[in-house]
Design a protein around this ligand. Structure first.
Ligand code: SF4
Length: 405
């Protein structure tokens, strides 16, 4: 039985951060359609169960990740209905990882207790910084004290697995600026930290400012120093730098995200969610489909209502569904994606394991020649069946992967 994961997207936030290009829409708290959205997701789940049929039934689900947007705004009763339906419709391992992304401004001890009661066992909290000036610059609704209070509330409510997100190398920062903040998170007992560089995406407010040359940016040298400083600090505190942007106490790595980096399938539900499913028959070379759901919440909910009410539009009879677009991924594309994501991990990319799983050649003579050249240039190490990127070269991992395409 092949392992798979579930991704569930919640599309609303109380404010739109100026750097954010996720599918998220500003909403006033009273206007959130808690129940209607849960109904829509449940309708989509039923449609996917009927469309994917046996292939869904033959997967062993190992995790659920509720991302957004700000899923901590979603009433726990509504989210609880969805989690319950997932558990009853899919085959899960005992005690799967169930993570909810939270913003400090919508995470109280009471809410954390409610989340535990519906089976959530891990929280990923968007701290981003503990410095009030940074948080203002990032357009966040919380301050440093609010972030620490939210993390403490999660722990007091009984969460043993709490992850904190940090953004490092902000414009006015020195390379070491994020270390005391990371230290505060670890002093609190967090067992997982995700640390990202601020990326400027087109179409965001920061993207517009950058285009007009009005956004101060950290220089590349400082960003690289900050990355290496965080690496040695976190490892010194006993966390493993297990993926380019992620650190964990050994054993506390994110099961769900590791699934992405290993190329597992993910059943995605919710407005604007991306899913990936393999479609080959037994013994055939792998191929799959990536789908993207309708991005506008109202349209998504309307489509789901139409399917649920059985007014003639079902995914099976007409092809009409919440899916906005699909992309066919052939075996070679799947190999490239696995290389790109696998090389981001400290454990690297498993060449033979991927060949055995996908039934698609990975170690072709041409790719092996490229790997040899990369190894000579110190950008890749071959260790048994694995290809690894040395940590000092992690910042250039995308370029390295591209040379293996
Ligand atoms: S809270 Fe997160 S999802 Fe919402 S706008 Fe900010 S960065 Fe985007």
């Amino acid at each position: 039985m092949r392992d798979a994961t579930v991704y569930l997207h919640f599309p609303w936030c109380l404010e739109k951060c100026p750097y954010c290009d996720f599918v998220s829409y500003k909403v006033d708290r009273p206007a959130i359609a808690h129940e209607a959205y849960a109904d829509a997701v449940l309708a989509e789940l039923e449609a996917r169960v009927s469309t994917l049929g046996d292939s869904l039934a033959s997967r062993r689900f190992i995790s659920i990740f509720v991302g957004g947007g700000t899923p901590s705004l979603w009433a726990s009763e509504s989210l609880g209905r969805v989690l319950e339906a997932l558990r009853s419709r899919l085959h899960f391992i005992d005690d799967p990882e169930v993570t909810v992304e939270c913003n400090p401004s919508s995470l109280s001890e009471g809410h954390a207790r409610d989340l535990r009661a519906i089976g959530v066992n891990r929280l990923s909290v968007g701290v981003q910084s503990l410095d009030d000036e940074d948080l203002k610059y990032l357009g966040r609704l919380h301050d440093g004290a609010g972030a620490m209070n939210a993390l403490r509330a999660a722990q007091t409510a009984g969460f043993k697995r709490v992850s904190g997100d940090l953004i490092y190398a902000l414009p006015v920062h020195s390379a070491e600026a994020s270390l005391p903040m990371a230290g505060q998170l670890l002093d609190l007992g967090l067992t997982h930290v995700s640390a990202y560089q601020l990326t400027i995406e087109p179409g965001t407010r920061f993207g517009e400012l950058a285009k007009r040359g009005r956004l101060p940016m950290a220089d590349e040298g400082t960003s690289a120093e900050a990355f290496l400083a965080l690496d040695s600090y976190m490892e010194g505190r006993g966390l493993r730098h297990y993926e380019v942007s992620n650190f964990a106490v050994p054993g506390q790595e994110s099961v769900h995200n590791t699934g992405y980096w290993r190329g597992l399938e993910y059943l995605a539900l919710g407005c604007g969610a991306y899913g990936f499913w393999r479609m080959e028959g037994p013994g055939e070379p792998a191929w799959g489909v990536r789908y993207l759901n309708e991005k506008l919440p109202e349209s998504y909910m309307q489509l789901a209502r139409t399917m649920r009410d059985g007014t003639g539009f079902t995914a099976e009879t007409t092809g009409h569904s919440t899916t906005a677009s699909t992309e066919r991924l052939d075996g070679e594309t799947l190999v490239k994606e696995r290389i790109m994501l696998g090389l981001r991990m400290a454990d690297g990319f498993h060449v033979e394991a991927s060949e055995a799983d996908l039934l698609v050649p990975v170690r072709t003579p041409e790719r092996q020649r490229s790997a040899d050249k990369l190894e000579q240039r110190g950008r890749l190490c071959a260790e048994g069946e694995r290809w690894l990127v040395p940590k000092s070269r992690w910042l250039f991992v995308d370029g390295t992967a591209a040379e293996l395409f």
